[in-house]
Ligand binder design. Structure first.
Ligand code: COA
Length: 413
């Protein structure tokens, strides 16, 4: 346990025994250009702009184009975040991608992004905690930084939710959109950054919201898991009203618990950046906490629910709108499939002297991206070439010779 001296009574902030803090040093977002408005949906589903707006606050969402994917959106967001942090990809020690719509079961989308960035010294993995995934991932990275095990991490939330929609199901397909957001976390001895986090799960809610995939054949046999009596592989199912009740129940308590852990109260909070699922959920959470709804950042109107990407996208837009200043106390709160929920308190800003600026780093980053593309291609080409040579070489090639050698060793033993 890294947290020490969490001095609540004196209103003290948490201190970490390593003296290290994890600060947000960079941020970025990427959304597809294609916009799908409520009116567009009216053309193929029995619904209306009025119904969607009044129930959810959503007017439009973005849809990934044919050449876009979870990794390509995540990569764009990551490159922006590296730009803002002014660091080179080789400085990254860890890449985590929170997603429910990965490119593959494996390799991880994080590995693809790590490769395309040229982050050759980073470990990479995907994290699955649905719409809470980004907060979970930031906490994993922040803990690794505060323990002294790593210095710099990239955390991405990236989704192509529209590809897992059952477009005949009007109660879910109207809610979701595609996009990505990313932050860079850096180690610093200056107090601040990620101050606390509270991560929770209640798997008994697994039948309320989910996407069945390859390991879940038996799940398909339980029709009660789907509202309309059938489940579709790789398509989302949801019991909207139950999820609504769950979300409104957990948000407030989770925020208060994370604040308490950070030695702070609601009065200290400058902005809450929540998962963007539904404007009515946010209104209800604001009422429960007895705070002005404006304390909650909201952009659900333009992007719908982008799952793990929604918090970093909302954060980027809050920054763009000048709603975040150095020293501000922010709360991130996520909730969704699992069921999972998570809150995190972040004190914004890293003093300038802590940040190294690299001369020519913009050009070096660009070179790194180009180099990464060629390196990756070259490695694959060389491997394919070797395989071809092995296949056509008389006598069965390298593999056979290696096997032969191994056999000889066995004989010797
Ligand atoms: N357009 C028009 N009518 C629709 C509709 C749509 N897109 N979707 C559902 N309806 C209908 C239903 O069929 C139902 O009709 P019926 O009464 O004739 O059976 C009626 O509207 C009410 O359905 P209900 O599901 O009770 O609506 P609701 O007020 O609960 O709103 C949600 C539905 C999905 C908007 C709401 O439950 C919600 O936002 N839940 C949270 C979902 C969420 O955020 N999930 C992600 C969390 S990470």
């Amino acid at each position: 346990m890294v947290i020490l001296n969490n001095n609540h009574k004196n209103g003290g902030r948490p201190r970490f025994d390593t003296g290290l803090y994890a600060h947000v040093a960079g941020w970025g977002m990427a959304v597809p250009e294609n916009v799908l408005t409520n009116e567009d949906i009216e053309a193929f589903l029995e619904t209306s702009d009025e119904w969607i707006r009044t129930r959810t606050g959503i007017r439009e969402r973005r849809i990934a184009g044919e050449r876009e994917s979870t990794a390509s959106l995540g990569l764009r967001a990551a490159q922006q975040a590296l730009e803002v942090a002014d660091i080179l990809p080789v400085e990254l020690d860890m890449v985590i991608v929170a997603t429910s719509t990965p490119e593959h079961i494996f390799p991880s989308t994080a590995s693809l992004i790590q490769d395309q960035l040229g982050a050759s010294r980073a470990g990479a993995f995907d994290l699955s905690a649905a719409c809470s995934g980004f907060v979970y991932a930031v906490d994993m990275a922040a803990q690794a930084i505060r323990s002294g095990s790593i210095e710099t991490a990239l955390v991405v939330g990236a989704e192509t939710m529209t590809r897992v929609m059952d477009w005949q199901d009007r109660s879910t397909s109207i809610l979701f959109g595609d996009g990505a957001g990313a932050i860079v976390l850096k180690s610093s001895e200056i107090e601040g950054g990620v101050l606390s986090a509270v991560l929770r799960s209640d798997g008994s809610g697994c039948d309320l919201l989910g996407i069945p995939t390859v390991g879940s054949q038996d799940v398909l046999l339980s029709p009660e898991m789907s509202q309309n009596g059938h489940l579709k592989m790789h398509k989302m199912f949801m019991h909207g009203s139950e999820v609504f009740k769950f979300a409104t129940r957990v948000i407030g308590d989770s925020i208060l618990e994370a604040l308490d852990k950070a030695g702070l109260t609601l009065d200290d909070v400058d902005l809450i950046v929540p998962h963007q699922a539904n404007d009515r959920i946010l209104q209800s959470a604001a009422r429960a906490l007895k705070v002005d709804k404006d304390l909650f950042m909201s952009n659900v109107e333009r992007y719908g629910n982008t799952s793990a990407a929604s918090i970093p996208i909302a954060l980027c837009e809050a920054l763009e709108q000048g709603r975040v200043e150095d020293g501000d106390v922010l709360v991130f709160v996520g909730f969704g499939g699992g069921l999972t929920w998570a809150s995190m308190v972040v004190q914004w800003g890293v003093p300038d002297e802590d940040m190294q600026t690299h001369r020519f780093s913009k050009q070096r980053r660009k070179l790194s991206y180009i180099g990464a593309r060629w390196r990756s291609r070259a490695i694959r080409t060389r491997r394919n070439l070797n395989e071809t040579i092995d296949r056509i070489r008389p006598g069965g090639g390298r593999l056979k010779r290696l096997r032969h050698k191994a056999d000889q060793h066995e004989d010797f033993d």
